[in-house]
Ligand binder design. Sequence first.
Ligand SMILES: [Cu+2]
Length: 483
Amino acid sequence: MKEGDMPTIRVRQDIWELGTETEPWHPVIEGYAKAVRAMMDLAGQTPGDPRSWVNQAAIHERNGPSVFGRLEAQCQHGCWFFLPWHRMYLWQFEQIIRSHLGGAGDDWALPYWNYSDNPDHRKLPPAFRTETLPDGSSNALYTEDRNTAGPRVNAGEPLDGVAVSVTDAMAEQVFARSTPGTTAGFGGGRTNPLFHHSAAGPAGPLEITPHGSVHVQVGGPNGLMASFGTAALDPIFWLHHANIDRLWEVWRRAQPPRANPADSAWLSMGFDLIDETGARAKMQVNDVLDTAAQLGYTYAGLPAPAPAAAEKELIAMTDGERPAEMIGAVEEPVVLAGAARAKASVKLAAPRRPREAGLIDSAPATYLHIEDVVGEANPGLLYGIYVNLADGDEANPDSPHFAGTVSFFGIEVASGEGEGEEAPHRLHYAFNISNVVERLRAEGRWDPNSLDVTFAPVRGLERLGQAAAAPTVQIGRVSVYVQ
Ligand SMILES: [Cu+2]
């Protein structure tokens, strides 16, 4: 390739580096606001244009009745296509935004919202909570339809620390686990059949938090971000997902380095999308794995890539791994109702299967499953999960009892009726609680014969506001596995 022929690599930047509390408007952000407004206007002018704001959001999940011939309800969650599908969706959207910006679109790239690394950045970026643009016209990035219960994100209240934690996600060394009883792996578990609109198995830890937790904390009880059908109508959706996409790259470059699956069922899976001309475009997972070379973008501040030679030796899948064994389950449903705590007691049995010689000296891995979750609407608040919390104990995410959060993002879709392959798969969460068990054992608060699981909102009652009377969620089964 001659000099000058190098493709442009656009850099997706941290929105908090572009716009501050006092100076929210950077040309990249103002360009985004203007393009979003143009897409919103298109819905009125030519409602059939697939590039309009509502039709773009419908690709994720429609809000309201189906429109004949429209690409809709394609989003992938609870499975190993969660990351590549959203990458494709964002990339096509980014091209559509650029098409509205004339020459300024040439090097425009979607910014990301990194809420995890700096506590000040847990606030919704200022340009999204400002009602007007610098010229006084109305700002398309602002919507009232956000969390008004708490945190009140449009008032600049920060998201909770547990909602933005990347600890569990980054601890996963394998992209896709398919071992029964364990967690799903960083990117989610393998699906069978391949196309799954709603959850297919346990969501991967990244999809649970920060992904789902941030959706629900920004959306709250009635806002756009808290449900599949309306999430992409909030302009912050795209910056939230740019961050999730960035975290995939950060994960791959972590030490020791981690690999994407090399399985052809993953690589060759294709999805329909809409390109910047409004035409259908098909992309395969294989087309989107090298963001710079294949898609022409990268992220500011990424660690150096892992050495290519090392990557070949990494395990991306866990086919053939020894299944985890269930040692206890509660089969009566646990009902979560607003701010009230709910508790389930699980009787534990000794594992029946002897551990293999090589494993006997190591502590077993313990997994907690929250399965068969149904509810009509998202309660709009996060619940913390606590192991062996006494009734009088405060539910504190910093305590050794804390095992993770559930936000029930997607519950309204996953709880629907249907049959066969099209049947919705109910929400399913899996947590590796090995560290929790170890800490409790050290404190003398572990009983090998039983385990209590407490669900409690992560915000105290006084900070819950109207979410205290949230819609109920029913958890069909709580179970414990060891491996
Ligand atoms: Cu999402």
